[in-house]
Design a binder for this molecule. Structure first.
Ligand SMILES: *[C@@H]1O[C@H](CO)[C@@H](O)[C@H](O)[C@H]1NC(C)=O
Ligand SMILES: *[C@@H]1O[C@H](CO)[C@@H](O)[C@H](O)[C@H]1NC(C)=O
Ligand SMILES: *[C@@H]1O[C@H](CO)[C@@H](O)[C@H](O)[C@H]1NC(C)=O
Ligand SMILES: *[C@@H]1O[C@H](CO)[C@@H](O)[C@H](O)[C@H]1NC(C)=O
Length: 375
């Protein structure tokens, strides 16, 4: 009796595919199939029909523990103003309008370009005695010169080692150092010394999110504070860390969320450092809102760390989605000091016209970034 190919395959699969965990599976040289949660051991000879394969331990399915769960309401109503407050020279105005018990300790601004003298990075530290929280929040990029600087140095100066953790994009490390040593680090140390039992929130938007990510790692690795005492919340964060860094951060930070609005282009870039030939990864956990982020809109807590899952599945990217988080036009609301009437600051088509210049430079980054990705 000769076995039919199908029967053979079934027997073969039965013997080969076991219920090993994803980690164990990868460790044994297999690949983990998310379609059926099975380990494909003999990856070379089995013709598999699996659509969603995990081949990196960082992407083995897992979600944050319950006590560190994501809370839309907290991020929408409390973290959003902490981030939006970075948008002007007077962050207190935004906090007064939205989070009256939070007080700015010090705002810092530092030159952060080797190409232009008018390019700065900025952020502030603050304290909230009611919430027993210390915040550190970093502003996103702004202005044509900064976009050019980020593109040029970001894409052509590669990655550098970061505190024995892994490699990070040199441009973001330079910006982190400029800001940190301009006084922001000292300010934070002062606050931690004075209120050692307070929780620490590290936040930022866009380029500021990348700087905040490195800042959180610096704080943990130098022992300034435990990652168990920190909440890291990032909006529209560009990739800036290698696999080792992403793995380290994912393993050590129980509460770290980077939020992605629909087709926002920024978190999708860059993909690869082609100077040092290093693939870049986001640390966990991605929160993806594939909608307008209105109140009540759905979101996904990605069970994988980074591509090709969750937000990385959509191909057409958007500039407008980068400017709009939680159904707010971040730039306008932020520039006006976060007025209480949020309805006046909902995204409108007109704002894309107003920001025409920003739009074109952002687009330049996308196009050139894409060229590099596909080289
Ligand atoms: C940045 O550098 C310029 C000179 O290149 C200087 O005038 C300016 O004060 C510096 N700004 C900050 C925030 O240090
Ligand atoms: C970027 O790389 C170029 C070429 O190696 C070098 O001349 C320049 O100093 C670097 N700039 C920064 C900010 O790293
Ligand atoms: C990266 O890869 C390119 C193309 O294969 C090669 O020319 C270059 O030397 C590599 N760079 C490093 C730092 O290994
Ligand atoms: C992306 O493409 C899909 C399908 O073609 C379309 O429905 C969606 O509106 C596009 N989104 C953007 C941001 O271009």
């Amino acid at each position: 009796m000769t076995a039919s190919p199908a029967a053979y395959l079934l027997l073969h699969l039965f013997l080969r595919l076991t219920a090993k965990t994803c980690w164990q599976c990868l460790q044994d040289g297999g690949q983990f199939c998310l379609d059926n949660n099975q380990c494909i051991v003999d990856v070379l000879t089995i013709e598999t029909k699996c659509n969603r394969i995990v081949d990196l331990p960082i992407n083995c399915p897992s979600v944050p523990a319950l006590q560190y769960a994501y809370d839309d309401d907290f991020v929408r109503n409390t973290v959003l103003p902490v981030i939006a407050a970075t948008g002007t020279d007077n962050p207190q105005k935004c906090l007064d309008n939205q989070l009256p018990s939070m007080k700015v300790y010090k705002r810092r601004e530092a030159n952060c370009s080797s190409l232009f003298s008018d390019v700065t990075c900025s952020g502030y530290t603050g304290i909230d005695f009611d919430r027993k929280v210390i915040v550190l929040s970093v502003r996103g990029s702004h202005g044509d010169h900064q976009y050019y600087d980020l593109w040029k140095i970001g894409n052509f100066n590669g990655t550098v080692p970061f505190l024995n953790i892994g490699r990070v994009t040199k441009k973001f490390n330079d910006n982190f150092e400029s800001l940190w040593y301009s006084g922001l680090g000292e300010d934070l140390q002062n606050l931690i010394d004075a209120y050692p039992d307070y929780q620490l929130w590290i936040t930022g938007y866009s380029m500021g999110a990348s700087i905040a990510l490195l800042t959180s790692a610096f704080i943990a690795q130098t022992g300034m504070s435990s990652p168990y005492n920190m909440k890291v919340i990032l909006f529209g964060c560009p990739r800036c860390t290698d696999y080792d860094f992403a793995m380290w951060h994912s393993t050590n930070f129980p509460y770290s969320y980077h939020i992605i609005h629909a087709h926002d282009y920024a978190p999708r870039l860059p993909f690869f450092d082609n100077i040092d030939n290093t693939t870049l990864y986001h640390p966990r956990s991605e929160v993806w809102y594939n909608n307008d982020m209105r109140e009540g809109d759905s979101f996904v807590i990605c069970e994988q760390a980074d591509q090709p899952f969750c937000s990385s599945q959509v191909q057409n990217l958007s500039n407008a989605d980068h400017a709009h988080y939680f159904n707010m036009d971040l730039y306008r609301w932020s520039a006006d000091g976060c007025p209480k009437n949020k309805e006046d600051y909902r995204p409108i088509a007109e704002s894309a016209v107003k920001n025409g210049k920003t739009f074109s430079y952002d687009l330049l980054i996308v196009i050139l970034g894409a060229v590099i990705i596909f080289l």
